[in-house]
Design a protein around this ligand. Structure first.
Ligand code: ZN
Length: 235
């Protein structure tokens, strides 16, 4: 095997598959030398704890680590994206509330709050864009302030945190996944209400819905899920 040859040589002489196979050992060895040191070692000067041969390479790593760590708290981006996902079980005897709108159905979401899958995932998308923890950590059930709260309260708080951080909603795109009921008759009402809760123009709030092709819990009317992507813009 041509293991000893450099990836560069292969790039000009062999098929792509062969480049992958033969380049692997080089890639792994260079990756392993760049693995960040254990936390307990991070405060030590790199040259004091590494053999001279590795020190030059590792000092580059330490430098980039320092830059990343230092940049995190103070980084002010003109745009930030966030993604949210949520899923709830559907059970008979509960109301189905989507985007703050009650939708007639034979079952609804079993949850501590109103089980609004869309609002929960929109909140998570905004929190994610802000680099904050998820909805369960920001609004824990154990805090009486949030226990049993309507999901619109979480949206308003997420918007407040967004504004406090100096951002506004650029646009939002959400996809609901459920087998039944048909959402098309309710989509506009949901979208209008979501825009209102966000204090955003309806033209920047998009809502899509799809079935799950009758497979798995989503396709068998046993659950409902939602994905949301948001773009925030610096005000
Ligand atoms: Zn939820």
């Amino acid at each position: 095997m041509a293991m000893a040859a450099t990836p560069l040589q292969f790039a000009s002489t062999t098929p792509i598959q062969k480049q992958f196979n033969t380049a692997k050992p080089h890639a792994f060895s260079s990756l392993s030398s760049r693995t960040p040191p254990p936390l307990s070692l991070r405060s030590m000067p790199p040259r004091a704890r590494l053999p001279a041969a590795a020190a030059a390479d590792a000092s580059v790593v330490m430098e980039s680590e320092r830059q990343t760590t230092a940049a995190t708290p103070s980084k002010t981006l003109p745009f930030r994206v966030g993604h949210g996902f949520d899923l709830h079980r559907l059970e008979p005897g509960y109301p189905l509330i989507i985007g703050g709108i009650s939708i007639p159905h034979d079952r609804g979401c079993e949850a501590h709050s109103d089980g609004d899958v869309l609002l929960h995932c929109v909140v998570d998308a905004i929190l994610g864009a802000l680099g904050l923890p998820d909805i369960g950590q920001i609004f824990p059930d154990s805090d009486p302030k949030w226990k049993g709260a309507a999901s619109s309260v979480f949206i308003k708080e997420a918007v407040r945190l967004m504004e406090e951080a100096g951002y506004e909603l650029g646009n939002l795109d959400a996809t609901l996944i459920l087998q039944r009921p048909k959402l098309s008759p309710h989509k506009e009402t949901i979208r209008t209400n979501l825009s209102k809760l966000l204090g955003a123009d309806p033209s920047v709030v998009n809502l899509k819905a799809k079935t799950h092709e009758k497979v798995d819990s989503l396709g068998e009317n046993r659950s409902i899920a939602a994905h949301t992507v948001v773009l925030l813009m610096k005000t």
